[in-house]
Every structure is written in C-alpha cells, then in structure tokens.
Design a protein around this ligand. Structure first.
Ligand code: GUN
Ligand code: ZN
Length: 437
C-alpha cells in the first residue's frame, strides 16, 4: 500500500458560490493535509488530525503556506491543434480551412500523433490541468496516441475521434459507416480501460452529412452512458451555412436534437449566438454549454452570455474551457482571466470564487464526474495541484497588499500561468517536478 501526507493550505469547493463572498460553498483549511492512499484521497482535514490516521514514518510532502486545490479540468480542447496555436486569421471558417484542416492531416502519421500527445499531456501537467476532454483528429490512430499518452501518466482523460464526412479536405474525411465503425472500435478499445473515457465526437453539423449524424445518434443510443461533444453557435457565418445545410431543422441546436445528440452527457462548445428557444431546449435537456473565452476573443467569434446561459433559476449547466488551438493558452488560470474580461464587457461579473469553483468542481459537474474528480473530498481520485501566488517577482510584490483568500485567488487568475503551478499530482503522484524544462 502506498501512502503519503501532503501538507498545505487546502481549498475545495462543495457547491457553486451564490455570492462573491459565499463561504458556505467551500472548505478552506489553513494548516491542512491530504492523506493519499493508492491514488485516492483517504482523508482531508487539519494536519494534526489527519496525521493521526497515517502510518508512523509516512512520507510528508510539505507545502506549508502554499495553496492546494483540486486539479483544473478542461472540458473542451483539440489535441491535434497544439501546432495551430497562434495562427493568424479573420474568422472561424477561414481559420479552420487555412490552418486547422491542414494541420490535422498530419495525424495520419502515428509517430507524429504520439509525439504531440506526449507534449500535450506534459503541458497539461505543467499548467495544473489533470483532466480534459479532447477532440482528436479523424484518424483512429490519433485516439490511440492520445489515450496511450494519458494512460502512461495515469491521467483521467476523455476524448474521441472526430466524425467528419464533408466540407473538409478528402484526406480528413471519413464516411457515415467508417465513422460509426471506428468510433465503436475506439469505445471497445479504450472506454473504461484505466481512467479513460471515450467521447462520441461529431465535429459540428457543417462537417457531417445527415447520414453521419444519424450514425452518431445510433452510437449515442447504443452507448447511453457515453459523453457526446460537438460545437454550437460559435460564429455568425458558421450558423448561416449550417442553416443552409439543414434548412428543415429550424435552428442549429434543433439539428442535434433531431439526431438524438442532446442530453446531460452532451457538451456543446461555444453557445455564443443562441436563440431563446435553443437556450430553453438546452435547459430542458440538461445539455452543457462550454464557454471558451480565449478562443472566442482570438477568433473574434463573440461574447458568451453567461447570465443567459446560466438562466434565472440557475438551471443552465456551464463548462469553462481552453478550446486549444482556437484558444490561445492551455492554462486554466489564463482562461479564467479572459472569462472574467468577457463578462466585464457585458456588464456581468465573474467573482474569483466562482471562476475557481468552475475550473474545478464546476467542470467536474459539467462532465458528470463530480464523484471522482474536482474536489479534495475523501474518496476522490488524488488529482490535485499546489499553487503559489508569489511565483513571479511582480506577483510577489502585489501579494504584499493581498489580505484574504478571495484577493489571492483573483491575483492568481489575473497574473498567474504555469509558473504559479508548483506541483501537479496525478492519482497521488507528483509529476510536474519530474518534467524537464
Ligand atoms: N468548429 C468546428 N471545428 C472547430 C475547431 O476545431 N475549433 C473551433 N473553435 N471551432 C470549431
Ligand atoms: Zn472546439
């Protein structure tokens, strides 16, 4: 049995904060400790209390003064776009056609896919992201590379091959039948193996014929526990083209409804230009809207209306994600910062307690995985991070005038990046410090 104590200032959310200073939404322990046993959090509490539950002579990882919280979760990103990051374009469709659909063709090469997957997982660890949901490329081999790299590090990862059979270069298209067969084979190979979750992944309505969306719907019916991920209402030209391709559906969300692709395991990236009907249909079906602020600002897609998608009764389910490589940073700290600014521009607020809740427990809830990840609660998988709000000289200077937890969190999200992540624990193992520079 492997056992260790990890000591520091513990912060873990138990609910969504209902106000800027809602201290009933989290547990904070100034001199706390986690008892980690066989990859699981066996106890969380004050150091003195938890120490009594550990074996004599137990290893103690001592981070006194530093903040320990659950690892960040990124519920929408594209694994084959690590080398699309920072590509100059005027709009979504131009960006996709000029760079993305060219780059993704390289993932037919399994050596290339394996190399990028290794870089991706290391970059997640460097940035304190312990779980993500990724769109892989159209090639089944890209899924093999992705889950192989995740399994090698014992990371809990979600992903699937994109299904796309039109409106893309021929080398990047499948067919309704091959996408069904390859997805099914991928599910049988990877889903539930170790910590892996396969996600049914029709890229978006433009790149799928009705026959392919039917195949995706058939898979969703056959495997009702699986997640589904796609894109929705990101850009106005995209929406106009989508409506031309599916004139009978009524609206964009209606397409996914028609093919049985909506529900509480369905994740819709962007959701920017939403009609009231689409928003209400998302509420009714418990579907998840995933906010990707650095991507939306970079590609110029628009501003996610958080208040509208959250709903008056807070019935809307929301995720917060990087959308690499439309997004400009793999860091969830940078993503929270940009999210705050997108809301500011609309006269809305995103208090730091809410953004840190969102990047941890909130995103775990968006993925329906809150029983496993997203908190430091006993019984959770031991995926957690250690943060330092004095990581750079200017952060250290600013910390001289920070006097409470909320201010510290806001400083971390406004000024922090991978340098503020001291350590990343995956299933109880400290992995960041093992990476090379
Ligand atoms: N819509 C369809 N594919 C993509 C993609 O790769 N990135 C973004 N941002 N939007 C998409
Ligand atoms: Zn995306």
């Amino acid at each position: 049995m492997s056992e260790k104590l990890v000591r520091g200032r513990l912060l873990s959310f138990c609910a969504k904060p209902q106000a800027r200073d809602d201290d009933s939404a989290y547990r904070y322990i100034e001199d706390g400790a986690l008892l980690v046993r066989n990859g699981t959090i066996a106890a969380m509490g004050s150091f003195d209390e938890v120490r009594t539950q550990a074996d004599e002579g137990v290893q103690i990882d001592d981070y006194r003064g530093k903040l320990i919280m659950p690892g960040f979760i990124d519920p929408h990103m594209h694994f084959p776009q690590m080398q699309v990051l920072a590509s100059y374009a005027g709009s979504l469709l131009e960006w996709l056609n000029t760079y993305t659909f060219v780059e993704e063709q390289r993932f037919s090469d399994s050596v290339h896919a394996a190399r990028i997957a290794d870089h991706l997982m290391d970059e997640f660890i460097r940035n304190g992201t312990t779980t993500a949901s990724a769109f892989c490329s159209v090639h089944p081999g890209s899924v093999d590379a992705y889950f192989t790299a995740a399994s090698h590090r014992n990371m809990l990862m979600l992903g699937g091959k994109v299904m796309m059979d039109r409106e893309a270069p021929e080398a990047l298209t499948d067919t309704p039948q091959s996408s069904y067969d390859d997805t099914k084979a991928g599910i049988e190979k990877w889903h539930g193996l170790g910590r892996n979750y396969y996600v049914i992944t029709p890229r978006f309505a433009i790149t799928s014929t009705p026959e392919q969306l039917e195949a995706a719907g058939a898979l969703a019916k056959e495997f009702p526990d699986l997640h589904i991920q796609t894109h929705l209402n990101e850009n106005k030209n995209e929406i106009a083209f989508t409506n031309e391709l599916y004139p009978e559906a009524g609206d964009y969300f209606g397409i996914y409804e028609k093919y049985g692709l909506v529900g509480d395991k369905s994740l819709f990236g962007h959701c920017i230009h939403m009609s009231d009907r689409e928003r209400d249909a998302m509420f009714d079906t418990n579907s998840v809207a995933v906010f990707c602020p650095t991507s939306n600002m970079f590609i110029g897609s628009g501003h996610f209306d958080w208040q509208n998608m959250e709903g008056d009764q807070k019935q809307g389910r929301i995720g917060l994600a990087t959308d690499i490589g439309g997004g400009t940073s793999i860091s969830m700290l940078r993503t929270m910062d940009e999210g705050y600014k997108v809301l500011q521009l609309q006269g809305q607020r995103l208090p730091p307690l809410v953004s840190f809740y969102q990047a941890t427990l909130g995103n775990a809830e968006a993925l329906s995985l809150q029983d496993r990840i997203g908190t430091l609660a006993e019984g959770s998988d031991a995926d957690f991070i250690v943060l330092d709000a004095t990581a750079t000289p200017v952060m250290k200077l600013r910390m001289e005038t920070v006097f409470d937890l909320e201010q510290e969190l806001f400083l971390l999200q406004t000024m922090g990046d991978d340098r503020a992540i001291v350590e990343t624990y995956i299933a109880g193992e400290a992995l960041k410090s093992k990476l090379g520079g």
